[in-house]
Write a protein that binds this ligand. Structure first.
Ligand code: AMP
Length: 396
């Protein structure tokens, strides 16, 4: 079955066409600057990437251009649109309504819309993509795969904040967690790699990218995760602050004469390793600057790693032990220095690093702990598109 996987943002849209039988990517790309001027990036597997400046005032027009590219007689991946047999949509927030992926119906769309308050930057854009696809491919079954769904197994002690209970009852203020598709994919793959039952393992997944989160997966279920009501909580990220003392918001607002939305903008877009280093949100730039003696860049790196170390410790405690620790996403897959900084502080758990393998591992699966290590450490490339494809096939 050919599945079109769509990840729709407010002005951009990523897509992959995947053959679910072979799990091969047939074509992939993105639409950028939707509603502004428009650029289509398209790549059929095995051919060069094509970049076309093309007007796309609406998401529907952007998706139409993707479909045209997929059936282009010269560079298309399929002969006609009937070969797209299902569409899988990434949806950021499913609130408490969705604990699993779901076939899209009018009722499901209405329920997603009710979660818009919880993710005002993401859910409305996801819905625009869903509706545009439905208009262009009215007879193709579609599935919503939620970033939050995997974490719906968290117990109440992990998701409650120490706030008046009525905020939870009235507005759903609680921890939801994100990156669920990645945490699920990577933890399942970890069980395959170590050759044990998923349901028998205590796994910590460190998804370390520009957005970063950690998840405790106890006997196949997410029991805690570092992102909260929104993706701002938890680890220090590229430009997001992660955990801060909530009183800082008011303090900075007064000192800098800022409104609350302006302070939130600082926390989301001007903080994290970029804020600390003053160099960049990209760890490659930060690492290069640190090597040249930039002290704030080195501090950003160390502070990032320190927060990861603290969360791993917290989740080992929450699960009363840990068997496997996984590193994934841009940094987790590629940055051996950060992985080493983290693992070197986990000796108390029985982690022994295989430095040689760790140093040689970039963008591929590897066991990066020694054979004697009490906890197995793994680098595992995440693949959210493939996970969405699998969920879609399972449901249609
Ligand atoms: P992601 O959000 O998962 O795409 O991850 C993006 C982040 O991964 C970037 O900010 C980079 O800092 C980091 N990254 C990607 N490749 C490398 C690499 N080879 N070495 C170090 N960091 C990397």
């Amino acid at each position: 079955m050919n599945v079109l996987v769509i990840n729709c943002g407010s002005s951009s849209l990523k897509y992959q066409l995947i053959n679910s039988d072979t799990e091969a990517v047939l074509a992939k790309g993105l639409c950028e600057r939707i509603g502004i001027d428009g650029r289509l990036v398209y790549q059929k597997t095995g051919l060069d990437k094509e970049i076309t400046e093309a007007a796309m005032p609406t998401h529907k027009q952007a998706i139409q251009l993707v479909l045209d590219a997929l059936v282009n007689p010269n560079t298309g991946a399929i002969a006609n649109l009937s070969e797209i047999e299902a569409v899988g949509h990434r949806v950021v927030h499913g609130g408490e309504k969705f604990a699993t992926s779901t076939v899209l119906t009018d009722e499901v769309i209405a329920a997603i819309e009710e979660c818009n308050d919880l993710a005002p930057l993401h859910n409305p854009a996801n819905l625009i993509g869903i509706r545009a696809c439905q208009e262009l491919m009215p007879n193709v079954p579609m599935v919503a795969v939620f970033d939050t769904a995997f974490h719906q197994t968290m117990p109440d002690v992990a998701y409650m904040y120490g706030l008046p209970y009525e905020y939870y009852e009235k507005y759903g203020v609680r921890r939801y967690g994100f990156h669920g598709t990645s945490h699920s994919f990577v933890s399942k793959r970890a069980a395959e790699i170590v050759g044990k039952n998923y349901e028998d393992l205590k796994i910590i997944v460190c998804h370390l990218g520009n957005g970063a989160s950690i998840c405790a997966v106890d006997h196949g279920k997410s029991v805690d995760t570092s992102m909260g009501l929104t993706p701002l909580e938890g680890l220090i990220m590229g430009t997001r602050s992660g955990d801060v003392d909530p009183s800082i918001l008011d303090f900075i607002a007064q000192k800098e004469n800022l409104t609350l939305p302006q302070v939130m903008n600082v926390l989301n877009k001007k903080s994290g390793v970029e804020g600390i280093s003053g160099v960049s949100s990209d760890f490659r730039d930060i690492e290069a600057a640190a090597k040249e003696g930039n002290k704030r860049a080195a501090l950003a790196q160390q502070t990032f790693a320190y927060r990861v170390i603290k969360y791993v410790g917290a989740y080992a405690a929450a699960m009363n032990g840990v068997d496997v620790i996984c590193f994934t996403a841009g940094l987790g897959e590629n940055d051996c220095k950060i992985r080493e900084m983290v693992m070197n502080n986990l000796g108390y758990l029985g982690v022994e690093v295989n430095a040689e393998v760790n140093n040689a591992t970039r963008g591929k699966e590897a066991v990066i702990s020694t054979a004697d290590s009490k906890v197995t450490c793994l680098a595992i490339p995440t693949n959210e598109e493939l996970a969405i494809c699998r969920e879609t096939v399972a449901l249609v």
